[in-house]
Design a protein around this ligand. Structure first.
Ligand code: LLP
Length: 423
């Protein structure tokens, strides 16, 4: 569900025509709908209101400060995976007490930062990391709250690159070894056991894998209880899918219904870490057609957005709907929608039935709000796109377009290069 729709043949973000935004801010341009983001957050909050819960938005999906501020204002927390994300979340005003920190490779500095700020919990991914957190917290004279991220060995039935909860994956601690590691954690100084964490993958389109994984985790929680290890927070990760093409992912309400049955008699606070389902359909990538050319066996629609702006098609062969901003009756062609980058892998769509496009017209790449800008790069020395937030009839620049100067900021040319001596 989102608030991008045609009005009088022109695609709008809420009340603002995308043509207007392209003129005002240029392209490629990320456009987000505030109402959509809020609606999605509220959908989770309403769905889970019968349970004690905390929504920790997955910052990696879209880490713009304005979006994090929306989450903060709505009482949400953050799931972070780096010092940089922790910095962003705190800077947007998300209280440390609502921040959880996952990731297999936390550095000493990052751990120190989390301990110092007093985050809700570290989701620990290995025995070595657990010891390191204990040492650091002890040195600092503090206590770190931790949960162990367990790997429940559940197939989320999604793209192999974004599945995380199978035994072959680098994430978490094998669920069979978790009990033993909790026992170790009990003995360590500077550690307070707070919860259990799991996250099995992303773009999951049925409730089943969530239920299966939860059942396994609850067995562990019961075993822990027998040993007087009390779990207060159950973090079930993120992963709920969205509609890109013809998927039919469950609503948060259906997820809640599936989990409620297992959770209602338990004294646990549920932590949810949705990313994609909050922002995915709340954003589009607006791009202009630079050229069209007939190829040998297909048409090419060459646009000003590229794989550096939206990497998902190249990286995962992901499908994003691409629609013209001005709706008209026209002939259909089979085309590749490609960017200006010098790689054959630089495409936004392949072998796609597209309305015949004209040079200069605007296209909207749908479902680009999650893992769009946040995965963008400067490859081919392309300044990164601007980001705009729309609310009703108003639009706000939330990240200015990068300049050429931004591209070289931080680079240095040592004198030795121009001194001409022998190397
Ligand atoms: N929690 C943890 C520990 C995660 O690793 C992730 C995503 C999430 C929550 C949020 O998952 P979501 O609700 O967004 O599915 N770049 C890929 C997606 C990678 C997801 C990584 N982890 C893509 O563009 O599809």
């Amino acid at each position: 569900m989102h608030y991008f729709s045609y009005k009088k043949g022109k695609l709008h973000a809420e009340g603002v025509p995308l043509t207007h935004l392209a003129e005002k801010y240029g392209t490629p341009l990320y456009v987000y709908s505030l109402k959509t983001i809020k609606r999605h957050i509220r959908a989770y909050q309403d769905a889970f209101k019968g349970l004690s819960h905390l929504l920790c938005y997955a910052v990696k999906a879209n880490s713009n400060l304005a979006i994090l501020k929306v989450v903060a204002e709505m009482g949400g927390g953050a799931d972070v995976v780096s010092g940089g994300e922790l910095y962003r979340a705190l800077r947007a005003g998300i209280p440390a007490k609502r921040i959880v920190y996952a990731g297999v490779g936390k550095t000493d500095e990052e751990i120190r930062m989390g301990v110092n700020r007093g985050i809700l919990m570290f989701n620990v991914e290995s025995e070595q990391e657990l010891h390191r957190i204990s040492q650091i917290a002890t040195e600092m004279g503090k206590t770190a709250r931790v949960s162990l991220r367990v790997n429940p060995d559940i197939d989320p039935e999604t793209h192999p690159y974004i599945a995380t909860g199978l035994r072959k994956h680098k994430f978490g601690i094998p669920i069979d070894e978790a009990l033993q590691l909790y026992r170790v954690a009990m003995t360590l100084p500077g550690i307070e056991i707070t919860g259990v964490h799991k996250h099995i993958g992303s773009q999951i389109t049925s409730v089943r894998p969530f239920v299966d994984a939860l059942e396994r985790v609850l067995v562990l929680i019961d075993e822990l209880k027998k040993e007087d290890i009390n779990i207060r927070y159950l973090d079930i990760g993120g992963g709920l899918g969205i509609q890109y093409e013809d998927e039919n992912p469950p609503h948060p309400r259906e997820l809640a219904r599936g989990l409620n049955r297992l959770l209602k008699s338990r004294d646990l606070t549920l932590v949810l870490e949705p990313g994609r389902s909050v922002v995915g359909n709340a954003g589009v990538l607006l791009t202009r057609v630079l050229y069209t050319k007939p190829g040998m066996d297909r048409e090419f629609i060459i646009v000003d957005a590229a794989m550096n702006d939206l990497m998902r098609p190249t990286l995962y062969n992901a499908y994003h709907r691409i629609i013209p901003v001005e709706k008209k009756r026209r002939r259909k062609v089979i085309a590749d929608v490609v960017g200006p980058i010098c790689e054959s892998g630089d495409f936004l769509a392949r072998d796609r039935e597209m309305p015949e496009c004209r040079r200069g017209e605007l296209l909207a790449v749908m479902g680009a709000g999650a893992y769009g800008f946040s995965m963008s790069s400067n490859y081919n020395s392309r300044p990164r796109a601007a980001e705009v937030l729309v609310s009703g009839e108003r639009d706000f620049l939330i990240r200015r377009r990068e300049t050429f100067r931004d591209l070289v900021r931080g680079e240095m040319v040592p004198d030795i290069i121009s001194e001409g001596g022998e190397v």
